[in-house]
Design a protein. Structure first.
Lengths: 274, 330
């Protein structure tokens, strides 16, 4: 048991101050998005609006928001599904195989943790244009998958490695092949880890900005983070609408966070911790 | 209130020894493997086809571009036609370009300042969050909120919040805070650093929280019997015990600071003037706005090199390679 000692004044003060620092901008985003266009100029920015309205949300929804939302949803779901599937297979192979290929693959993939995505954007742009994929959603999915592979493999390998060897052996005795062990043993046991990496990868793709900025250009392929930027130009004098778009773009992540916080948090620390 | 420097261990299942055992206790590969050889002679384990898709994606869209960017740094390319071999021209051009050199200087400042701001706050917050009091759990949940927003969203929100006419300074009636935050070079850079801290500190404090919870409680008990006060226990137990977490988190901070792009690009586009034009922003603007891909590729190569050197050095210095420890038992 922790013994009672003098209160930790430094930690406590910092803790509460940080809370205020974190919450004020978020509070500001939400209350401003509920303000009317005209009262935005006159009301105190940090007080709740006298007459809250959803007008700003209406404006955003009328301006192709659902198209951008759909695009973001497509690339996020597709990327996450592909990454989790191929990385689970890879993790199974890396843990279960004693071949040189397994070790080398793992070392190579771990090296990827140190490659900044920004630094490869020019060749990626070159490849995408040469593959005639420029300005398509596929152009966003392919490199996003590649850059999600290292952390996904790392977390899944750490998890699959903890599956007791005896379970594999007893299934093998029953005549199960690798695919059946993957599906009936690893998949159910690794579910928490899979949910963790899936949320983490989805978050990165959903919020990604550089690939869309460089690899797409038309309205038809625009994704949410990029749309926030263009909304800012379109609604120059309509700050509530811009911030309503910010709120709407973060909503799915808030939901995912509420549902999967525990797993996300524990998974992240398992991946990056010692 | 219990001292936050030494979170209660009661009910904490993630203490050090137990967790380490789970990764280090793996049986020796060789002899164990022999049991797995079945009658059909499957001694080489699973079919390599299982690792091929992940490897293919990764090699094609991450490793190949890594080599390609080195090649492109020796070319003249406008982004449309085909690249033309240019030898060392672009390297000479880049290394004598005042704006790029300024970007490198700014990147260095951002890197050092990021670490100096974030490391102590993350550490203290992590220690605070590691306490098991209910309210601390609630606070930890709230701290995480910035991570749900994209960098673009955060940049836009802060721009509006700091607006000199309609922002927070007006709201509070603090006229001395009514500054043109994004119009003055020094101020703009400071704001960038503050917003970066707002986004990333929650993640790092989470690493520290997990690290603190792995410190064996017995160390604190022994220290208390010896009469060490809270401050003393913090410096001689918490800090040394967290050394791997400190190295990991610092590596991520320093290497990460080389990659801030979205936030700065949306918030300031590198301005005012070139005051926030750090290397990744410089690279983007030169490559995709001035269409000088050769020059931009040189900057990219420098970014990769600095990132790799930093990661390797930090791991060497710390005497423990995080990646190696992850691979133990392989």
């Amino acid at each position: 048991m922790a013994a009672r000692t003098r209160p930790n004044v430094v930690g406590g003060t910092l803790g509460w101050l940080w809370l205020v620092f974190v919450l004020v901008p978020i509070y500001y985003i939400v209350v401003t998005s509920l303000r009317d266009r005209s009262t935005f100029w006159t009301e105190n920015p940090l007080l709740p609006p006298a007459h809250p309205t959803l007008r700003a949300y209406g404006t955003v929804l009328e301006n192709r928001f659902m198209l951008y939302f759909g695009n973001s949803a497509i690339i996020t779901v597709a990327t996450t599904a592909i990454v989790v599937t191929i990385c689970l297979m890879a993790a199974y192979y890396i843990v279960r195989s004693r071949t040189r290929l397994a070790q080398r693959s793992f070392s190579l993939i771990l090296l990827g943790l140190a490659i900044p995505l920004q630094a490869t954007i020019i060749p990626v742009y070159y490849m995408i244009t040469r593959l005639h994929l420029y300005d398509t959603l596929l152009a966003l999915i392919l490199p996003s998958v590649a850059f999600a592979v290292p952390i996904t493999v790392l977390i899944l390998v750490n998890f699959v490695r903890d599956v007791p060897r005896e379970l594999f052996e007893s299934m093998r005795v029953d005549g199960a092949g690798d695919w059946r062990m993957l599906g009936q043993l690893v998949l159910p046991l690794a579910r928490p880890a899979i949910i963790t990496v899936a949320i983490y990868d989805a978050l990165n793709v959903w919020n990604g900005f550089l690939f869309p900025l460089v690899l797409t250009q038309s309205t038809a392929t625009r994704v949410l983070p990029l749309s926030l930027w263009t909304y800012q130009g379109e609604f120059q004098t309509d700050t509530p609408a811009v911030l309503a778009a910010v709120v709407l773009s973060a909503l799915p992540i808030v939901v995912a966070y509420v549902l999967g916080r525990r797993q996300l948090v524990s998974g992240l620390t398992a991946g990056f911790g010692k | 209130m219990t001292s936050g420097f030494e979170p209660g261990a009661a009910g904490d299942r993630r203490t050090g020894p137990g967790r380490e055992a789970s990764t280090l206790d793996l049986p020796e590969p060789g002899p164990q493997r022999a049991h797995a050889v079945t009658s059909d002679g499957r001694s080489h384990g699973p079919n390599p086809i299982m690792v091929i898709p992940a490897l293919a994606f990764f090699v094609f869209f991450a490793i190949v571009p890594l080599f390609a960017v080195v090649a492109l740094s020796f070319t003249e390319w406008d982004g449309l036609k085909d690249p033309v071999w240019a030898g060392l021209t672009k390297w000479q051009e880049t290394l004598s370009d005042a704006r790029t050199l300024n970007a490198a200087r700014l990147s260095l400042i951002v890197m050092v300042a990021t670490w100096a701001i974030q490391a102590p706050i993350s550490l203290l917050l992590g220690v605070f969050m590691a306490g098991h009091q209910k309210y601390r759990n609630v606070l930890s949940v709230l701290y995480f909120l910035p991570l749900v927003f994209s960098a673009a969203a955060v940049a836009i929100a802060f721009k509006k919040l700091l607006d000199p006419n309609f922002g927070f300074a007006q709201a509070l009636g603090l006229t001395w805070l009514n500054l043109d935050w994004f119009g003055k070079p020094g101020l703009a850079l400071t704001i960038v650093l503050v917003v970066i801290a707002w986004i990333f500190i929650p993640f790092h404090s989470l690493l520290y929280q997990a690290g603190v919870r792995q410190i064996p409680q017995s160390l604190y008990e022994a220290a208390m019997i010896d009469g060490a006060n809270g401050w003393r226990r913090f410096w001689s137990i918490t800090i040394p015990q967290l050394r791997y977490t400190i190295i990991t988190s610092s590596t991520l901070m320093l290497v990460g600071s080389l990659t801030y792009f979205d936030l700065i690009y949306v918030m300031t586009q590198g301005g005012p003037g070139n005051a926030t034009r750090i290397l990744p922003v410089d690279m983007y603007l030169i490559g995709f706005r001035s269409f000088d891909m050769g020059h931009a590729s040189v900057i990219a190569v420098i970014l990769v090199a600095v990132g790799l050197v930093l990661s390797i050095t930090l791991n060497r210095v710390s005497g423990a390679n995080r990646m190696e420890s992850q691979m133990e038992g392989m």
